[in-house]
Design a protein around this ligand. Structure first.
Ligand SMILES: [Cu+2]
Length: 481
């Protein structure tokens, strides 16, 4: 007789638990304050598993950057020192900051230079992140480790009594490949320059194939999709649901109980996972469950990953196909404790931009064809201002995807509300409520978002966050004037 969990597992396309083998202990990046912080970007040898060291490019001592913890109302004073062999700049993904603190690629600094960031933290409590943003080199730099989490706290969140300390787990997820010489291999082949670049092993916080020992209680798990191109379908291997409490722009208006969540590159979720009902001595995998890749070639699905995760039609590439199941983090339930369960309480009130007050609607076509990725037919030009919006206005922006590939569309400088999805999935997903800065637009979809441009004037970006697409120019400047 199949169990309910077994049926759920199959419905989600989850395989039986992968065979047990030695996984690496998950490590948490150091937590640092933003007050007088120096991030030194350099190539350094780091451990990605016990006894396995590789060269990473990172803005700290670890395989990825430290977790920057700030509170709303704080002042951030951060120095970026570039000891890499090429230009770089950091962007604070999801934060509303002055133009000169936003990490626009024209602000990239050469080897040996420093860049001074100063900005007040005006955003809500939530899971944000930072990453390199130099033009044409964002993909490779983030892949090698030039990224980290930025966590904002505030009083409204404190009042909820969410799990904290060792019961709060920030997870920066990447997929990468190791070359024979133990460097991170990143050379997108022809077809990967179209669909995207996919790794063959999962990393969390820079640790390859990580495992985390947990107690029989509730954990707050913050997940950042920091992959180059991969959509993750988060699910637990035992079919157990989790509670979604927040996403890109902080806590949701109400928690949601879900068995899976899809997230594109750049998106974040804030989850409560209850290990209180899991038997001590067992393990639960946080998975990316199998799904049909939304990519379409010649009207056909690109298909799910075939045996071993190697998709068809990707000769010469070593990555696990988009949509193939992958185990992200193994949780071993090792210690029985009196569970502290988190009772859903009213979450802080949330005001989102109202599309009915929009002064203007703009439409953006995302095209991928003939080895080019464009927005409204144009590749990124550092100096060209493609759109100008009036400071203080609310607008509705519609992202249209008639291309064969999914595009996770990211806007700098605003947190928007997803107001409509026409075609494709044809609805707003439960994890797309609240405030967001990145939204997945599948082939055949038109997704509209409402944003209010009332934080700072200046030049900012809107782009696809599939980093292969972004590096090839699927990005545009807009000015808030
Ligand atoms: Cu794209």
């Amino acid at each position: 007789m199949p169990t309910a969990a077994g049926r759920l597992r199959r419905a989600l396309g989850l395989p039986e638990l992968p065979p047990r083998f030695k996984r690496a202990p998950l490590r948490m990046p150091a937590s640092v304050s933003a007050d007088g912080l120096t991030l030194r970007a350099a190539a350094r040898r780091v451990e990605i598993a016990p006894g396995v060291a590789v060269e990473a490019w990172s803005p700290g001592d670890g395989p990825v950057g430290p977790t920057i913890r700030v509170r709303t109302g704080d002042s951030a004073r951060i120095t970026l020192a570039n000891a890499l062999s090429e230009p770089t700049i950091l962007h604070w993904h999801g934060l509303r900051v002055p133009e000169m603190a936003d990490g626009h690629p024209r602000l990239a600094i050469p080897t040996g230079a420093t860049y001074q960031y100063e900005f007040p933290v005006i955003d809500r409590a939530g899971t944000y992140w930072y990453h390199a943003h130099p033009h044409h080199r964002t993909g490779v730099q983030v892949y090698r480790g030039m990224a980290g989490l930025l966590v904002i706290g505030d009083a409204a969140e404190d009042a909820l009594g969410l799990p904290e300390g060792e019961h709060e787990l920030p997870l920066f997820i990447q997929d990468r490949r190791l070359a024979a010489d133990s460097t991170f291999a990143y050379e997108p082949a022809m077809h990967e320059q179209m669909e995207g670049f996919f790794g063959d092993a999962v990393f969390a916080n820079g640790i390859r194939l990580p495992s985390k020992s947990v107690e029989t209680t509730t954990y707050r798990v913050r997940v950042v999709n920091g992959t180059t191109s991969r959509i993750l379908r988060l699910a637990l291997s035992n079919g157990q649901p989790f509670t979604l409490i927040g996403n890109d722009g902080g806590l949701l208006p109400a928690p949601a109980t879900l068995t899976h969540i899809d997230m594109g590159t750049g998106e974040r979720v804030d989850l409560l996972i209850d290990f209180g009902t899991v038997a001590v001595g067992s393990r639960v995998m946080l998975m990316s469950a199998a799904f049909e890749s939304p990519a379409r070639m010649g009207g056909m699905s690109m298909g799910r990953g075939m045996g071993g995760g190697m998709g068809m039609g990707r000769m010469g590439a070593g990555g696990v196909a988009q949509g193939a199941a992958m185990a992200l983090v193994e949780f071993t339930v090792d210690r029985a404790v009196t569970p502290v369960s988190w009772k859903p309480r009213p979450l802080p009130r949330l005001v989102t931009p109202d599309p009915r007050t929009a002064k203007r609607t703009r439409t953006f076509q995302f095209n991928s064809a003939m080895m080019q990725h464009t927005i409204n037919g144009r590749e990124f030009d550092m100096e060209r201002i493609d759109e100008t919006v009036r400071f203080g206005d609310t607008e509705v922006w519609t992202f249209v995807n008639d291309s064969p590939f999914p595009h996770p569309v990211h806007m700098h400088e605003v947190q928007f509300r997803v107001v409509e999805r026409i075609g494709g999935r044809a609805r707003i997903m439960p994890w797309e409520r609240g405030l967001k800065d990145t939204v997945l637009v599948y082939p055949g979809e038109r997704v509209s978002v409402a944003a209010t441009f009332d934080s700072y004037r200046g030049r900012f970006l809107m782009h696809c966050h599939n980093m292969v697409h972004e590096d090839m120019g699927m990005m545009m400047n807009y000015a808030i004037a």
